[in-house]
Design a protein. Structure first.
Length: 153
């Protein structure tokens, strides 16, 4: 499923569908589309900013988590086995020793949501918080219970 983030395309596609409260609960900015609100563009831009910052945060966590693994592989490059089975065994051992099992869990997925929200709203009016995707929806793939956002400061 592709998230429609272009206001004109979203309005065109929703034109033939009645307003759907279940969809609006998952993506509140759809209400603005069905209402043909002047705020739709700002809402979609804020939503896009959130997802860009959230994805960048996740990527950063994985990049940081894999550094020790990358370094360990590079240290062993000169003594690397030529047989595929031995290479596989060596990589599995290095991975076991140097990769965290759940880097997002260790970092805290809620912290990533908070940071993405904070960054997406920088320089924008406080009421734009309504355009950020619902916390429970963002956290759903990780099946965590949403915690209240951390106090800003």
């Amino acid at each position: 499923m592709r998230l429609l983030q272009n206001g004109e395309e979203l309005l065109e596609r929703l034109r033939d569908f009645p307003s759907d409260d279940k969809l609006i609960a998952r993506r509140p900015n759809l209400r603005l589309a069905w209402q043909n609100s002047d705020q739709l563009g700002a809402a979609l831009e804020t939503e896009q900013r959130f997802w860009r910052f959230f994805d960048a945060g996740r990527w950063s966590v994985f990049t940081h988590a894999s550094r020790a693994f990358d370094q360990a592989v590079r240290r062993e490059e000169k003594d690397w086995p030529t047989a595929l089975a031995e290479q596989h065994e060596r990589l599995c051992g290095i991975a076991t020793d140097h990769l965290p099992k759940d880097p997002l869990g260790e970092h805290g997925i809620e912290a990533l949501v908070d940071e993405a929200s904070r960054r997406a709203l920088l320089g924008y009016p406080p009421e734009f918080v309504a355009f950020i995707p619902p916390r429970a929806i963002v956290l759903q793939p990780w099946k965590t219970k949403p915690q209240p956002p951390a106090p800003s400061g």
